[in-house]
Each structure stands twice: as structure tokens, then as C-alpha cells.
Design a protein around this ligand. Sequence first.
Ligand code: NDP
Ligand code: 8X3
Length: 252
Amino acid sequence: MNRIALITGATSGIGRATAKILSQNNFDVIITGRRKELLEDLEKEIKLESSSKIYILNFDVRNKEEVDSAIDSLPKEWKNIDVLVNNAGLAVGLNHIQDGVIDDWERMIDTNVKGLLYVSRKIVPIMVEKKHGHIVNIGSTAGKEAYENGNVYCGTKHAVDAITKGMRIDMLKDKIKVTAINPGMVETEFSIVRFKGDKEKASKAYKGFTPLYGNDVADAILYVVTRPEHVCINDMIITATAQANSLYKIVE
Ligand code: NDP
Ligand code: 8X3
């Protein structure tokens, strides 16, 4: 029987690739995000590739009421979630702290930290009750070391790192696995969002080296969620070969 995975931020990038790879590997997937039409496109694509079941939930992770009612609306057979991939997230802006845009800061904190918490608060009790489940939080190399102009984004990903560690301790007795996957630079819509729609600026971020792609991270997510019951991968850092960490990268 297939397991059930809920993936936040499945309309694009890492989340989309994760939904596809999990559905090809014996998972039924609940795909979520704000852009409903992209979720519908993904549903069609997955249906062509596998016989796994798909369920669409359309909500904004920043809105606690929307999160709660979306999860509550799941049919009984979909509520038994085995794997939660907390992936929805973004960076907005790149400024020195004194020039920071308050609205950008709020979007990042509300999505990357509070959104992850709202979704987890709703789904974790289901896992605790059955003493089974796996939470995969998508952190970042930006959650391991800060870089110039990254201040608040790095802060949100350091928060994801700490929350992940805390979750694992709190749910140790409940046998819930908690994993952080921390990618370096991945070419997705991430930089387009960071540069507020400026695609030219965004594409320059990946010039001169081969970055990671969504599939590379999805592949790692598949690995961690398919280990034997007694094995939990706690923390994984994945970068392009051309990148050592947030601060060092070879560009040719
Ligand atoms: P994308 O921009 O391609 O995808 C982001 C996803 O998050 C989209 O599906 C988007 O869906 C969703 N999302 C954003 N805001 C919200 C919201 N308020 N409510 C619901 N969903 C939301 O970027 P990536 O795939 O690269 O990013 C995925 C995660 O990986 C993020 O947490 C990011 O911080 C992290 N990461 C990315 C790296 C990179 O270099 N790309 C490196 C390290 C970590 P929609 O807009 O439809 O709501
Ligand atoms: C995204 C990678 O280096 O832009 O988390 O912070 S980076």
C-alpha cells in the first residue's frame, strides 16, 4: 500500500520535483501551494507518469485559518499522513540590514517560520497519535552560516534549523522522524522571487557554474523518507560541486 506524503510549495522548484519523485516511488501525494492552476497542471503530469493518487490543497501557509481548514477538509482516507515535507518558502530582497524592507522581512518570517509552524502544528498531532511519521523540513546552507545581505532570510533558515532540532527531541518518545535538508543554490523560481520578478537578474545568480536543480534535492528527500524504520537522517547539507557553503563558490 502506498504511503501518503503532504508537500508544501509543490507548484514549483524543489516541492514540485519532490511530488513527482515521491509519486513515482509508492507515495500518494497531497500537493499544496497558492497557485491552483499549477497544482492542477502537476496533477495531470503525475497522472500520466504513475498510478499514485493525488490530492490538491490550495492554501497560503501564512494564513492559520486557511491552513487549518485545508487540512480539516481532507477526506478520511487522506488524513493518515506519513510524511510531511515543509518546503514552502522564499527569500525576498537582498539588502544590508539598515536598508531592509519591512514588508520583505515579514513575508520571509511569516512564510518560512510561521507557515512551517502552522502546517506542522496541524499535522504533527496526527503523527503523534499513531506514533508514526516523518517530517522533512527544508532549511538551507543559509541556515548554517549567514552571508552579506542575507540577514533576515538567513535568520529564518537558522530558525528552521533550531525548530527541526527541537521537534526531533520533543517527538523522540513518539517515534517521529525529523530531518532537515539544507541545500545550497538550486535553480528554481527562488531567485526570481528574491529579485521581485527580475528574471535577468535572477538568471545571473546561476551563471558560471552548474547549480543544483530541484530534482537533486528531491532525490535526497526520497532517500531520507525511504530508510528503514530504525534509521533517521537528522541533517543533510547538499551543495553543487562548485559550492563549498554559503560563502565560497567557484564561478568560471
Ligand atoms: P520556488 O520559488 O521555486 O518554490 C517555492 C514554493 O513555495 C512554491 O511552490 C510556492 O508556491 C511556495 N510558497 C511560497 N510562499 C508560499 C505561501 N505563502 N503559501 C504557500 N506556498 C508558498 O523555490 P524553491 O523550490 O527553490 O524553494 C523551496 C524551498 O527551498 C524554500 O523553503 C527555500 O527557502 C528552500 N531553499 C531554496 C534554495 C534555492 O537556492 N532555490 C536553497 C536552499 C533552500 P506558490 O507561490 O504557488 O504559493
Ligand atoms: C537559498 C540558497 O545561498 O541563496 O537558501 O541562501 S542561498
